[in-house]
Design a protein around this ligand. Sequence first.
Ligand code: SAM
Length: 258
Amino acid sequence: MADNTPSFGYDSPFTPSRPRKKRKNKPTQEHRNLPEALERTRQELLVGDWVHKCTKLLRDALDALSLQSPPRVLCLGLGSPSSSRDARAQLAFLLEVCDDLILERSNVSVYDPAFTDEDDQLLATLAMNRLPDSENRNAAYPLPEPNIVYMPHCDLHLYENLLGANWSSDKLPQLVLIANRFGEYLDSIPSHKLTAEHPRVSRIAPLLDSLVLPTCGPYPTAFNNLSIQFVRSSTLGSVDADKLWKIDSPTAELRTVM
Ligand SMILES: C[S@@+](CC[C@H](N)C(=O)[O-])C[C@H]1O[C@@H](n2cnc3c(N)ncnc32)[C@H](O)[C@@H]1O
């Protein structure tokens, strides 16, 4: 499968596919009222202490980095909340995070090429900053300020691109990722392949502090294998600078346009 192809579809893999255009903007019967569906999802997530446990982990991560200013949020690869139950749950969790940390929604930027018009309306209602398609950088966004980067179940090349755009000892310790657990890639991909194709992921993974999200009862697949990950300045300072920072290969984003 090509790297930029979503690695799995949404809720109903057995639904016969229809032309993309028709599908894109048609609300499904089940979710005529998307804001209500999102609110139901939010209430489901709030049963028990799962959200509380996760926000506590996130606070721990932010505290460990002693950031100079409140973080902004960049959310990529959420999927389409109107078509995917898991994407809705991931969005509901993001709302809980914003409330818990008292983050302004206007400081939350979100992008996924799969967003439909209905999703766009929902994000506007939530007062989030939906990045336009014209600003799609395949995750290679340089982030000069502290950011929580929420990229649930994205493809590996997007993580590599994000790291590539922030590959410095100043920028990396300002980022808290909520993303696939990078250590899993070390375990599952042969090291020569990972080093050659995703060198930054391969180098940073062993240096990360990783706080794995607990299993979410009502939405197990939405949050499986996700982890809050960050790297401390002190950790970066303790490794051989040449071996860490010098990378000859371009980011995957550059490779795709060459
Ligand atoms: C494997 S799916 C994950 C969807 C959802 N987060 C989930 O866990 O079910 C990867 C997502 O990345 C999105 N994606 C692909 N290229 C992207 C890009 N350049 N920027 C942001 N998202 C992108 C896809 O549209 C897709 O929704």
